[in-house]
Every structure is written in C-alpha cells, then in structure tokens.
Ligand binder design. Structure first.
Ligand code: NCD
Length: 313
C-alpha cells in the first residue's frame, strides 16, 4: 500500500484536509480498486480493528458502502441506527457514543442530522471519526469518490469545468464537492433555481447560473443533485413537475450540445425530476461507477486513518 500519512486524525470534512491528503487517498484507492476486482476481495489490513457505524439519519448506499469497505479490510464491524436505539429514549449523542466506545471501538463512522456533530465529538473521544454526512454541511467521502470518478474520465482535474445542478442550498454533497474540486484546481459552477442557490455561494469562489442550457454547454461534468424535500420546511419551488420542466436534465438538452459531457449523481436519483431515465441510463452517465468507486475510496480513508494510529497489522 502507498507510503505517506494524512495530515489529520479524523475525516470531518474536505475543508480540513489538503490536496496532498486528497491525492494520497486517491492513490491508495486505486490500489484497493485492484483488490476488489480480484476473485478474493479481502485483505487483512484492519484485522482486530473495531469500527462502529453510527447512523442517526437514513442511508442506503453510504452505509452499505462503508460496511463493505470495512469488511473487505477484515475489520470487526458493529452497526447502530438511531431509529432502533436509546436515542429515542432521550440519551445525548455524547452518552450514546461513550457507551459504544467503552466496548473498545477504534473508529467511528457517523451520519448525523446536526451540522458540526462530528467536530463536537472529535473534542471528546479518542477514536478516529469519519463523517458520513452531517446535515446540510459536508459529506467528504462522497466528494472524494466523485472527484476520483471524474479523474478516471478526464485525467487531471486542473482547469476542468464542473457544474453542480439542483438543490445546492440543502446539499452536503455540494459543499464537499466544491471544497474538493477547488483543492484539485477545477473550476466550479452551480446551477439551479434562485431559491435553491445559497446567497453566500460567490464567497466560496464559485460562479452561479440559473440557465441550464448554457451551464451544460459550459461544463465538462454535470453533477446532478436531488431536490431534498425532507430538509425543506417551506416551499422553494412551485412543484416537482415545474422543476422537472425548467431544471430537469433530459436527453433533448444533451443532444443540443456540441460535445459529450459526463453525467454524475450521488443518488438516490428521482427519475423524471432532476434527471430523466434516458440520461441516467445513457452512455454519458457514470452513476454506477461512482457507487463502485465509493467502496475503494472508503477503504482508502479507513486504512490511512487506521495506519496513523498504528492499529493496523
Ligand atoms: C446523498 C446524501 O445523503 O447526502 N446521498 C448519498 O450519500 N449517496 C445525497 C442525497 O441524499 O440526495
């Protein structure tokens, strides 16, 4: 496996890591991608390392992907989901986590609805913490797997144009993607209805546009986001039908372009809303490659954080 160390003990967000960290994660993930394409997909690197997956919010892909990554590294894995736990009985986050840690857990992978929950925990516990999504804030492993997948398609991302379409306001994938792509030298734009583009976006060095056709023509990669209705307490768009008409990416729009662009989506996709089926299933789309790369990226992050603590064998 790659030599080199990450500059941080936890993966709280892309904001807190540098481009050397990102490139180290990528080169390690490339090696793990080879491993998971072999007939025997398992390596002993994290034998005797215990990892707790704490999911205080729903997840399909991310939870499965972390669990597979952990098992392919031979870690011992325990899973916790808040819907079936004592959180419902009024226990605090710190008490829940300390109880789990007293069972000798080395690493914590956590998804939590409160932005900053991981940062708070990192001041109180000794285990390595990996953020699997904190509310509308960051989702660092998604951004890493997205950038890794873009790199496979386009090579070096320096100067490449990436446009993030859709509900940027409520998306943790958007913020982590922006930090990650900028650290790799890419140009980032966001495009969506004015109500779903954060007012402060310019301060991040990102351009914004409300024009889907022009943004598709501008970009090399379109990363399309879901409308996060579960995070919207007021109405930001008149209806999903109207959103699909004005902001949905469909085959007709792609056919008008004079070039081929890469289509991405972190999932879950809402077919017929932000993306039509003929785009999601087209040769432009690398949505399933993103999912495949997710396992290799998460193996790399877990391996690099564990090796820092000298708990690997
Ligand atoms: C994203 C998430 O949970 O932030 N999904 C994921 O992790 N693959 C995006 C979303 O829910 O729309």
């Amino acid at each position: 496996m790659s030599e080199g160390k990450l500059s941080t003990k936890h993966l709280l967000g892309i904001k807190y890591i540098n481009s050397d960290d990102i490139n180290l994660i990528f080169s390690t993930a490339e090696q793990f991608k080879d491993v998971i394409n072999r007939p025997i997909k398992k390596v002993p690197s994290l034998r005797d390392v215990t990892i707790a997956n704490l999911f205080f919010e729903n997840s399909t892909r991310t939870k499965l992907s972390f669990e597979l990554a952990e098992k392919r590294l031979s870690a011992d894995v325990v899973n916790f989901s808040s819907s079936t736990s004592s959180v419902k009985k009024g226990e605090t986050l710190l008490d829940t986590v300390n109880n789990i840690l007293s069972m000798k857990v080395d690493m914590v992978v956590m998804r939590h609805p409160a932005p900053g929950a991981h940062y708070f925990l990192s001041n109180h516990i000794d285990a390595n913490i990996i953020n699997a999504g904190d509310g509308t804030h960051e989702h660092p492993t998604q951004a890493l797997l997205d950038a890794f997948s873009m790199r496979e398609q386009l090579g070096n991302l320096r100067g490449k144009k990436i446009c993030i379409f859709g509900d940027v306001l409520h998306s943790r994938v958007a913020l982590s993607n922006i930090y990650c792509l900028q650290k790799l030298g890419a140009k980032v734009r966001v495009c969506g209805p004015p109500t779903l583009i954060p007012k402060y976006i310019g301060k991040l060095g990102v351009e914004s546009s409300y024009n889907v056709e022009e943004s598709l023509q501008w970009c090399d990669v379109a990363n399309i986001l879901r409308i996060q209705l579960e995070r919207q307490d007021i109405k930001y768009i008149p209806s999903l039908r109207e959103y699909a008409m004005y902001y949905g990416i469909n085959k007709k729009l792609l056919d008008k372009l004079d070039k081929k662009i890469v289509i991405m989506h972190p999932g879950p996709i809402n077919r017929g809303v932000e993306i039509s089926s003929d785009v999601a299933d087209s040769e432009h789309s690398i949505i399933l490659q993103q999912v495949e790369n997710g396992v290799a990226i998460r193996m790399a992050v877990l391996f690099l954080l564990a090796s820092q603590r000298s708990i690997i064998h």
